[in-house]
Design a protein around this ligand. Structure first.
Ligand code: 1CP
Length: 355
């Protein structure tokens, strides 16, 4: 791999010394940026934006141009896979994602085919190649996917619906059929992540946004089991196995030890746990990413800096921490406050990296 001008993220993942704690933010390209809203308007729809590599590349780079971030994350969405499976995805203003053909019956699930990423998701791979060219080895690029459980939650429900009652019912009424769906999604996601790596991303992240709604046993059988399969596929393929994997399960802090055992390199954590406790529990096996509450971005610059200081202190001395929010940037925060947070991470973290 060609060496990067800024490799802080990769060094922190490998727990090698860094000068400052690296920082990037979930949803760093998004509606809080006026320049994003402009391109989004030009694209006509969110899905068009994702499917036009030049525009996806442009919005991926927008936060990089504004702020001294330590990584870019590809602009795309976790729901591109069910879209490629033919579910008829649409993003409606004020409603969010909806599927024209939700997956509810045995027949629907049996008919699902696994997309070929180089054909059915070529626009994602093309966007990666473009971004890589534009980044010119300045920064690492993060690729991503949703977990099988999280993507299945949208496919069964047909839309974003907090609590996702239909898939939760299915865990009890037809677990065998649900496993067929999850198995297919694990294969599709695994292929897509490996294709993203082949196209050039330096790191991949698996978003298990809805794993935290399950009880302990169900989390392990319906979510973590399939994540483990995906990570194993990456680690067993010599062409891609060196690419680090970040696993983020929102509201999943009770399972940190279990997650650390699936073979991933980094665990993303939300603000439900202090980084001090998370590090005590898993710090010697994986790096940690997180974990400030995005709501701090609504506070004053002074309060934002204090929150950053508290998060850095909680992780403590040494490498292995990637600063991030515990979930995505809300769309109504001020871009100026986002800049204050990023600068504060760099300024205030230096003392934690001296010998
Ligand atoms: O109209 C718009 O501009 C749509 C807003 C938006 C954006 C900016 C959506 C719709 N997706 C995205 C981009 C996106 N989605 C990224 C880009 C990279 C970055 O972080 O900057 C990523 C990583 C995602 C991943 C994603 N999509 C997740 C997992 C992370 C998370 O937020 O928990 C999920 C659950 C989705 C589904 C989705 N896509 C969009 C929305 C509004 C939603 C959530 C719907 C819901 O409330 O359930």
């Amino acid at each position: 791999m060609t060496s990067l001008h800024n490799d802080r993220l990769l060094r922190a993942i490998a727990r090698e010394p860094v000068d400052m704690t690296p920082v990037w933010l979930m949803r760093q390209a998004g509606r809080y940026l006026p320049e994003y809203r402009e391109v989004r308007k030009q694209a006509g729809s969110f899905l068009n934006l994702c499917k036009t590599p030049e525009l996806a590349c442009e919005v991926t780079l927008q936060p990089i141009k504004r702020y001294p971030l330590d990584a870019a994350i590809l602009f795309s969405d976790i729901l591109t896979i069910p879209d490629a499976m033919g579910l008829g995805l649409q993003f409606e203003e004020g409603i969010g994602p909806t599927f024209a053909h939700p997956i509810r019956k045995k027949k629907d699930i049996n008919q699902l085919t696994i997309p070929n990423p180089t054909q059915d998701l070529a626009y994602v791979l093309d966007a990666i190649k473009l971004v890589k060219k534009m980044l010119a080895n300045q920064l690492p690029l993060i690729g991503f996917c949703g977990s099988p459980w999280t993507i299945a939650a949208y496919m069964v429900e047909g839309r974003a619906n907090p609590g996702f009652p239909l898939i939760r019912k299915m865990t009890k009424t037809d677990p065998a059929l649900l496993h067929v769906l999850l198995e297919k999604l694990a294969q599709a996601i695994s292929l897509h992540l490996q294709a993203q790596i082949q196209a050039g991303v330096h790191v991949v992240m698996i978003f298990d946004t809805w794993g935290g709604m399950l009880d302990n046993q169900d989390y392990q059988q319906f979510s973590l089991h399939y994540v483990q399969q995906i990570v194993a596929d990456i680690k067993n393929n010599e062409a891609v196995h060196k690419t680090p994997v970040i696993l983020f399960t929102r509201a999943g802090n009770q399972w940190l030890e279990l997650m650390a055992q699936v073979g991933c390199d980094v665990l993303g954590v939300d603000w439900g746990i202090s980084l001090a406790e998370a590090r005590r529990r898993v710090g010697s096996t994986v790096a940690l990413q997180g974990n400030i509450d995005p709501a701090f971005l609504y506070q004053s610059p002074e309060e934002i800096k204090q929150a950053v200081a508290g998060t850095l202190a909680a992780y403590g001395h040494g490498s292995g921490h990637i600063f991030n929010l515990g979930h995505g940037i809300p769309q109504d925060v001020s871009p100026e406050h986002v800049g204050i947070l990023i600068n504060a991470v760099h300024e205030l973290s230096r003392p934690y990296h001296t010998n």
